[in-house]
Design a binder for this molecule. Structure first.
Ligand code: RP5
Length: 176
């Protein structure tokens, strides 16, 4: 696992004193190397968050308890990552009306196609907003969470505009 352990509350400078708004949840510690990109992106935007490991299959009671209490605990968005028969995002979504963003992890057997399909194919009534497989999905889930929070937070909206401008300038200034 990279520097920071998943399962610890986010301790970035700006956000350490605040209650976490975003939960990053993953099915296994082995997902952290991908999901740290979501953690880093939220830190970059100064969004307080926590990262936890729990599994829809290996710790089902914990997953259902965490989802059931998420709203009362002050979270506004949940990012849920899992691989293989990836049911974590769906199980959390079944226990909360908060927006749940699913990130399919790459898998050894099917390269993440199994994770993608099992995360995205939710039955009508329990939505999971599913992002891309792997690192792009982890980064974009964090950006999507920021966009959701930005609806009521002008300072975050401005940061998103600045982020897009910086990306645009980087492309424009690229010379090969
Ligand atoms: C899923 O199974 C996890 O989300 C992970 O992507 C995958 C493999 O888990 P480990 O066997 O590495 O713990 O539940």
């Amino acid at each position: 696992m990279a520097k920071k352990e998943a399962g610890k509350k986010n301790d970035s400078k700006k956000s350490s004193a605040q209650k976490p708004l975003v939960a990053i949840v993953m099915g296994s510690q082995s997902d952290w190397d991908t999901m740290r990109h979501a953690d880093e992106t939220l830190t970059q935007f100064g969004v307080p968050h926590e990262s936890r490991v729990m599994s829809a299959h290996r710790s089902p009671a914990l997953a259902s308890e965490y989802g059931s209490n998420a709203e009362a605990n002050g979270f506004e968005v949940i990012i849920a990552a899992a691989g293989g028969a990836a049911h974590l995002a769906g199980v959390l979504a079944a226990h909360t009306v908060l927006p749940v963003l699913g990130v399919p992890m790459k898998s050894d057997a099917l390269n993440g196609l199994d994770s993608l399909l099992s995360t995205v194919q939710m039955p009508a009534g329990i939505p999971v907003g599913t992002l891309a497989i792997g690192k792009p999905g982890a980064v974009n889930a964090a950006l999507f969470a920021v966009a959701i929070l930005a609806n009521k937070r002008p300072e975050l909206r401005k940061k998103l505009h600045d982020f897009r401008t910086a990306q645009d300038l980087k492309i424009r200034s690229t010379r090969l």
